[in-house]
Design a protein around this ligand. Structure first.
Ligand SMILES: [Zn+2]
Length: 230
C-alpha cells in the first residue's frame, strides 16, 4: 500500500515538474525582446552624400530593412524600425515613438564623414560611456544600479558588434566613444549609434555602396543582437 502511494506521489511529482517545465518553455517562447532600429535621416534629410544620387539615408534604410529580415526568424526578438521608407521623421518624433513602445534595445545607424580622406572604419557611440568609465574608476559599479545596468549592457552589445564588424572591416574598429546623441538622451535602455564607415574615404565608400557589403553589415549587426540575447 505504502509502495503504491509512494509510486503515485513520485508520478505526480514528475507530472508537476513536467507541467512547470512546459509553462516555462511557453513563456520563454512568448516573451519577445523588442528592438528598435533607427535608419537615420530620410526624406529631405539625405545625411552625408556618397554619390550624387545616393545618400546616407538610402544605406541606413537598406541595412535596417535587411536587419529586420535577418532577425525575423528569431522567435525571441521583435524588430521595429523608426521609418520603413524614404520619409521625413524628425528626431523628436523618432524618440517619442520609441519611448511609447518601450523597447529593450535601441540601435541608430549612421555613416560618418570628415576628419580628412584618410579617416576610415566603424565607430560606436554611447552618450553615457564616459560616465561609466568614471564610475568604474571610482569602483562604484553596483549591479543593483539601473543606470549602470543599461550602460554595461550597451558596452556588452558594443563588444559583440565590434567583434562581428571586425570580420568585415579588419582592424577598422575605431572603438566605443562618448558623444552627445540627442535621440538617446534620457533613454534608460541599452542604446548605441553605429557609424558604419566613412563616406569621405574611398575604400569605405565603395564597401558601403555595395549591396553585398550592406547585407554583410546587416548580418553582423543582427548576429550581435542575437548573441546579446543568448
Ligand atoms: Zn547620420
Amino acid at each position: 500500500m505504502i509502495g503504491i502511494i509512494k509510486k503515485s506521489l513520485i508520478l505526480s511529482l514528475f507530472a508537476l515538474i513536467f507541467v512547470i517545465c512546459l509553462s516555462f518553455n511557453l513563456s520563454a517562447a512568448e516573451k519577445k525582446h523588442l528592438v528598435v532600429i533607427d535608419p537615420a535621416h530620410g526624406g529631405q534629410d539625405v545625411g552625408v552624400k556618397l554619390t550624387d544620387k545616393i545618400g546616407e539615408k538610402e544605406i541606413t534604410l537598406a541595412i535596417a530593412l535587411a536587419m529586420q529580415k535577418e532577425l525575423a526568424g528569431e522567435n525571441n526578438i521583435e524588430v521595429v524600425l523608426t521609418r520603413n521608407s524614404d520619409t521625413n521623421v524628425t528626431i523628436k518624433e523618432r524618440k517619442a515613438n520609441t519611448l511609447k513602445i518601450k523597447p529593450e534595445l535601441f540601435l541608430s545607424l549612421h555613416i560618418n564623414a570628415g576628419f580628412g580622406k584618410e579617416a576610415n572604419g566603424f565607430e560606436l557611440y554611447y552618450p553615457g560611456f564616459k560616465e561609466l568609465q568614471e564610475n568604474k574608476k571610482a569602483a562604484k559599479i553596483s549591479p543593483k544600479n539601473k543606470k549602470n545596468k543599461y550602460l554595461n549592457d550597451s558596452v556588452r552589445l558594443a563588444n559583440f558588434i565590434q567583434k562581428n564588424m571586425d570580420a568585415l572591416f579588419p582592424r577598422k574598429g575605431r572603438g566605443l566613444r562618448e558623444a552627445d546623441v540627442p535621440i538617446m538622451e534620457g533613454m534608460t535602455i541599452p542604446a548605441l549609434v553605429v557609424e558604419m564607415g566613412f563616406a569621405s574615404n574611398s575604400e569605405d565608400k565603395k564597401k558601403l555602396l555595395s549591396p553585398d557589403t550592406q547585407t554583410e553589415i546587416a548580418k553582423a549587426l543582427a548576429k550581435s543582437i542575437i548573441l546579446f540575447y543568448r
